[in-house]
Every structure is written in structure tokens, then in C-alpha cells.
Design a protein around this ligand. Structure first.
Ligand SMILES: Cc1ncc(COP(=O)(O)O)c(C=O)c1O
Length: 466
């Protein structure tokens, strides 16, 4: 039996989890060592909270297409796909070829450049609301700018966001992200940010309408992910989005779609195309940079005009966003162009194909668990998916609150078993994403692996009852 890992207490029982743990530790010895080394120089052993899972994450060494390898040379079929950014898989030829040529011709111009103009034109032609665009580098930066723009444009302060909604670690929106929603997300946040945020219940038209009608003239914007990612991979109801659009128009607030995940993913034009509901502003990231860091805030020209320095507005009337050294970074712009161009030319084939694989996984996984008398609910839309396990009193998962009430321990066991025993990398508790490199045979493998895990979870349950 392997020895205990720093910071992780383990009680081993003869359950599926324990055996997955043994298998995982036996096959990831170098990762384990690297994790212990990493903890000496990287706080917590790595740099993104979501990437950690117990007992320690594997450390990647390379990736290509649908596969990722760890430092122990284990190969996994990747369904996390770089936080869902890699719609064309790892290092697709269309992207790596342009990067190889750009690498010799300037990494960071620090000047307006022709590739940024080209990418902006592409984005504008694909995304319905994107009349005008500002590029930045991360999703957190883009949502921070979107909030600032909304406040500047409306001259109001309050922001309505979803309880459980995740928009990156920008302070203005680091409110009510994780349960319990009333407790501050982190030490070090200014409580005044919290007072400027109202938390709405996702997909609940009535309670959200009430929330919006209270002191409605103070509400600058409603921001939401049209498909909540970190909150549980939960698509909005069309009726909910339509109601938000109507309410925002009525009270003079802006509607902001955070399309960092859904942009170029649910459809080429993102969720706004998929649902046919147009926001005033949207944020884009992930797929936008084709695997490199790029993000954007985009929307109605009239709003983005507030950032135009040629207007020479007095300081208090302009909206200053766009201070990133690495904004419009040449490699990211070129990777973005190559990716979006590829998607645009093949959208009629790509989106139905990856959407069908996502649908099959959602359907087959639930069918498999039902055959083992385990109540699961796979959520998502198009190529995005996640599986949740219902507790006795639950019959559906429609909001982050439902996810919090579900059997999250079972969810972790399931995904950890896929990693340890089946060579499937689905980051436990996060978002599954299909890329153009995945195929029917991957779905078959995923479902067959699920069958084995379901069988073991079922027999563990019977044993623990006996
Ligand atoms: C919906 C959403 N918004 C914003 C962000 C933040 O993006 P970034 O990680 O690039 O800062 C994320 C990241 O996962 C996200 O899922």
C-alpha cells in the first residue's frame, strides 16, 4: 500500500474508491513525486485551484489530438480539453503550422497589429452581438471589463449574477460562486463588492424577476453564463433567457452573456446563436485563442464606444479598459484566427458531429447507471456534458443549488475511477468537452468504462448495506 500524501488523510476501505486510489497511486508514482516537489515552490503544488483533485493531480508531459500523457507516460483520452478551450484537440495542425511560422516573426508586437484586426473581423462576423470588440488576455479580465463597461454605460452600480455563477477571479464577481453563497468567497475581498452584487436563482423566472424589480433603477446589468459551467454544466432554459432579455430592456439594464465557455462551442456564434437571444455585451475566451491566452469583451458599438480614446471624454466619463501588456499577442491572435477560420468553414459538419457525441454520452451514461439502479442525471448541451448523482429526494438537476444537494461524493468517485482505471481524463466535478478529435469509438469506450464503474459502485453499495 502506498504511503500517505502530504495534506491528504485517507481511510482505506474495500470500496471502488479505495481500489481506484491504489491503482492511481501505483501508476502515477512520478506525478506523486512531482507533486511533493512542486509543493515546495508552487503554492499548493500548482497554479489553478480547479486542477487539483485528491490525492494529487497527475502532472502532464505532452498532449496531442484527443490524448494527454502524464509524466509516468500514462495516456488518457482527454475530456477536460484545456478547460474546454481545445475544440480542435491538442496541437491541431491548422494551429501549430501558423504558430511555427509566427514564432520567427514576432511574439508580442506591443503595437496594434493586422492579426488582431483580422481576428476581430472574424469574431464580429460570427458572434451576433459583437459589433465592437476589445481583446484582453484572460476570461477574468474580460468579465471585469464587462462589468465596468455596464456600470459606465448605465451609470448604475448593482450587478445581478447567478448564485453559483463563475466568471473568473475578478473581485467584482467573486460573490456567491460556491456554496454557501452568503459566505465570502475568499479572505481579502472587499465586502463593498459584495454589496453591489445581487444573487439570482438560475432558471427561476419568478424569483429573478422579483429580484430585478426591486430598486430596478440601481441595476446596471445581469451577467450569466447561458450554460453554467463550474456551477454544474447546466443549460439555461430558453424561457429564462428571454425573460431576462425582456426584464433588462424594461428596467434599462444591460444583459451580459459570459460566453467564455459557450462562445464558438454551442454554435459558431455561441449561446446567443444557439438560443437566438442577443445580449448587449458578451465575454469570450478559451476557444477564441485557439489554445493560447486570448479573451475579449464584445457587444453593442454604442457601449464599446466608451473606451474609444479618440473621443477625448473627460476622465470620469470614459470607460478605461484595455491595459493588458499581452493583449493582441501575436501568437494568440494567429491561433485564434486559424481556429475560428477552421470552425467557420466547417461549421455545418463540426457542430452537429460534436453535439451528437455529447448527446450520446449524456444519454448512454444515464441509461447505464439506471440499469444499475443508480439515479444519475447527465446535464449539458451540444458538446458539453457532466453527470450528477441524484439523492433520494431529488428528481432533476436544473440549478447549481440542485448540484450542491446531489451526491457529489459519488460524482468524484465516478470520475476518479475513469481516470485511474480507464484512461479517461474528466476533471472530477468539472466540465466535459468533446473536440473534433473524438469519435464514436471514444463514446463507446466512455460508456463501456462507465458500465464497469457502475457495476462496482452498485456492488460496493450492496456490500455496505449487507
Ligand atoms: C464562464 C467563465 N467565465 C470566466 C472564466 C474565467 O476565465 P479565465 O480562466 O480565462 O480567467 C471562466 C473560466 O473557466 C469561465 O468558465
Amino acid at each position: 500500500m502506498a504511503s500517505q500524501v502530504v495534506g491528504v488523510s485517507k481511510s482505506r476501505t474495500k470500496t471502488a474508491e479505495a481500489s481506484s486510489l491504489d491503482v492511481y497511486e501505483a501508476k502515477t508514482k512520478r506525478s506523486r513525486k512531482m507533486y511533493l516537489e512542486a509543493r515546495k515552490v508552487l503554492a499548493g503544488g500548482q497554479s489553478h485551484n480547479a486542477r487539483f483533485f485528491e490525492p494529487y493531480p497527475f502532472y502532464a508531459s505532452r498532449a496531442k489530438g484527443k490524448y494527454i500523457w502524464d509524466v509516468d507516460n500514462n495516456r488518457y483520452v482527454d475530456y477536460w480539453m484545456g478547460h474546454t478551450a481545445l475544440i480542435l484537440g491538442h496541437s491541431p495542425t491548422v494551429v501549430s503550422e501558423v504558430l511555427a511560422s509566427q514564432i520567427r516573426n514576432g511574439l508580442l508586437f506591443g503595437s496594434p497589429n493586422k492579426y488582431a484586426v483580422e481576428l476581430a473581423e472574424l469574431v464580429s462576423s460570427c458572434v451576433p452581438c459583437a459589433e465592437s470588440i476589445r481583446f484582453c488576455t484572460s476570461g477574468a479580465e474580460a468579465t471585469m471589463y464587462a462589468v465596468r463597461l455596464a456600470r459606465a454605460y448605465t451609470k448604475r452600480k448593482q450587478i445581478v449574477k447567478m448564485a453559483g455563477g463563475w466568471h473568473g477571479y475578478n473581485s467584482a464577481l467573486s460573490v456567491g460562486v460556491s456554496f454557501p453563497y452568503e459566505v465570502p468567497e475568499s479572505a481579502g475581498l472587499d465586502p463593498s463588492d459584495e454589496h453591489l452584487v445581487r444573487l439570482a436563482r438560475f432558471n427561476d423566472v419568478d424569483s429573478t424577476s422579483k429580484l430585478l424589480s426591486r430598486d430596478s433603477s440601481d441595476v446596471a446589468a445581469v451577467i450569466l453564463e447561458p450554460l453554467m459551467g463550474a456551477g454544474g454544466v447546466l443549460p439555461a432554459d430558453l424561457e429564462y433567457l428571454k425573460a431576462l432579455r425582456e426584464q433588462c430592456d424594461k428596467i434599462g439594464a444591460l444583459l451580459i452573456f459570459d460566453e467564455i465557455i459557450t462562445g464558438f462551442r454551442l454554435a459558431l456564434g455561441g449561446a446567443q446563436e444557439y438560443y437566438g437571444v442577443q445580449p448587449d455585451l458578451c465575454t469570450l475566451g478559451k476557444i477564441l485563442g485557439g489554445g493560447l491566452p486570448a479573451s475579449a469583451v464584445a457587444g453593442r458599438r454604442e457601449i464599446l464606444d466608451l473606451v474609444d480614446m479618440t473621443a477625448h471624454r473627460p476622465k470620469q466619463e470614459r470607460c478605461w479598459i484595455g491595459g493588458g501588456t499581452f493583449s493582441e499577442q501575436a501568437l494568440a491572435m494567429r491561433a485564434g484566427i486559424a481556429t475560428l477560420d477552421h470552425l467557420r468553414k466547417r461549421k455545418n459538419a463540426i457542430y452537429p458531429a460534436i453535439g451528437k457525441l455529447g448527446y450520446q454520452i449524456r444519454k448512454e451514461v444515464d441509461k447505464t447507471f439506471a440499469e444499475h439502479n443508480i439515479a444519475s442525471k447527465s446535464t449539458g448541451a451540444g458538446s458539453l456534458f457532466a453527470t450528477h448523482f441524484l439523492k433520494r429526494d431529488q428528481n432533476d438537476i436544473r440549478s447549481p443549488q440542485d448540484v450542491v444537494s446531489s451526491d457529489e461524493a459519488m460524482t468524484k468517485k465516478y470520475y476518479f475511477s475513469l481516470i485511474s482505471n480507464h484512461g479517461i481524463f474528466y476533471l472530477p466535478g468539472h466540465v466535459g468537452a468533446i473536440s473534433t478529435c473524438h469519435s464514436n469509438s471514444d463514446v463507446d469506450h466512455y460508456v463501456r468504462s462507465t458500465e464497469i464503474v457502475a457495476d462496482r459502485l452498485d456492488s460496493d453499495r450492496s456490500n455496505s448495506k449487507a
